[in-house]
Design a protein around this ligand. Structure first.
Ligand code: NAP
Ligand code: ZN
Ligand code: ZN
Length: 347
């Protein structure tokens, strides 16, 4: 066992507070990472507060982890002590099912092992996330970090980055496409950067008028206020794709109207509430609603390499561990620019 410390929630109603806990011992194929930075994803809040159903308490959230390798197991070949490494949303999977063999470990038929709020394959040892000093992980599920600077701005790529990169790639988004990004938060700001970088014409659909200038600075060509019926009406039938990153209950039907014939709405936001959609709005224009979950290990590495080659980072506010609860409240109020990242040296 490795004695670890971190911040987490003891129940769905508790604040995020200091905790001590044990991590599993290092196996031959594991690396031990000294965590430098960890992003705050809205999924951390949904999970810690039990919004998606009962969690496994204590929950130590955090799945956007960058740190330094400080120990390697005897069989490790891809990492050495001193390397910068990343951990994303999952840390293991069955490795034998069809999705795993295709590099789609996030859709593992046996269920991926989540970075926190889950169990390792022994089904008894809990996983604890990155609001912590260290992480033990199999090297096959560890990411290489090609960037040498701004590592705090790299951490959110491990979830917000891959979650938006993967569906845009899968959909073949590029030059000639009109793409709308719904919700300018952690995922949304990365979606704008990637869609623009892939050559699409990007429109930001936001409930926050104050975010217009930032949306354009991040790469959006247009900005529309989703709360203004006149602006929404003017965009009817415009978009080949809408990437929906909204984390709270909202009416998706008003946005289906904005899709072209055969346009696709890609859901990545996971509001705790179920959404109702109008069959007529889909059928009348052969439109699709699809979902997408993070990305596999190989694709996450591809995304990190793409970001390094194109100088793409997350725009972050670096905070101390003592400010996590305040950061949660700001995320919930959509007051995030555009990802909070915890400086783990403050632990
Ligand atoms: P976030 O930073 O809170 O961003 C969400 C944005 O949605 C807000 O900033 C806001 O943008 C908009 N929004 C919030 N409430 C709204 C409402 N009631 N109506 C319309 N728009 C609203 O959250 P995030 O970290 O990007 O995560 C977004 C969602 O994706 C969460 O549900 C999270 O759990 C989920 N997620 C999914 C995956 C996956 O694999 N699919 C991975 C990571 C996260 P504006 O101010 O611009 O309106
Ligand atoms: Zn996440
Ligand atoms: Zn599998």
């Amino acid at each position: 066992m490795i004695a670890a410390k971190g911040y987490g929630a003891l129940s769905k109603d508790s604040h995020i507070a200091p905790l001590e806990f044990n991590r599993r011992a290092i196996e031959p194929s594991d690396v031990l990472i000294d965590i430098m930075y960890c992003g705050i994803c809205h999924s951390d809040i949904h999970t810690a507060r039990g919004e998606w159903g009962p969690a496994i308490y204590p929950v130590v959230p955090g799945h956007e982890i960058v740190g330094k390798v400080i120990q390697v197991g005897s069989a490790v070949t891809r990492f050495k002590v001193g390397d910068i490494a990343g951990v994303g949303v999952f840390v293991d999977s069955c490795r034998t099912c069809s999705p795993c063999k295709k590099g789609l470990e996030q859709y593992c038929e046996g269920g991926m092992v989540p970075t926190y709020n889950g169990y390792y394959k022994d089904k008894v040892t809990p996983t604890y996330g990155g609001y912590s000093n260290c992480y033990v992980i199999d090297e096959q599920y560890t990411l290489r970090i090609p960037q040498q600077h701004n590592l705090a701005g790299v951490a959110p790529l491990l979830c917000a980055g891959i979650t938006t990169y993967s569906p845009l790639k899968y959909a073949g988004v590029g030059k000639g496409h009109k793409v709308a990004v719904l919700g300018l938060g952690g995922l949304g700001h990365m979606a704008v950067k990637f869609a623009a970088s892939f050559g699409a014409e990007v429109t930001m659909l936001s409930t926050s008028p104050s975010k217009e200038a930032d949306a354009k600075r991040l790469g959006a060509h247009h900005f529309a206020l989703s709360t203004d019926p006149a602006q929404m009406k003017a965009l009817k039938g415009q978009f080949d794709f809408i990437l929906n990153t909204v984390a709270a209950a909202h009416d998706i039907n008003q946005f289906l109207d904005l899709l072209t014939l055969e346009g696709k709405m890609i859901l990545v936001g996971i509001p705790p509430e179920h959404s109702a959609y109008s069959a007529a709005k889909l059928i009348s224009k052969r439109r699709t609603i699809m979902g997408s979950m993070i990305g596999g290990i190989a694709e996450t590495q591809e995304m990190l390499d793409y970001c390094a080659a194109h100088d793409i980072f997350s725009d972050i506010e670096l905070i101390s561990v003592h400010d996590i609860n305040q950061a949660y409240e700001r995320v919930i109020k959509s007051d995030v620019k555009y990802r909070f990242v915890i400086d783990m040296t403050t632990l």
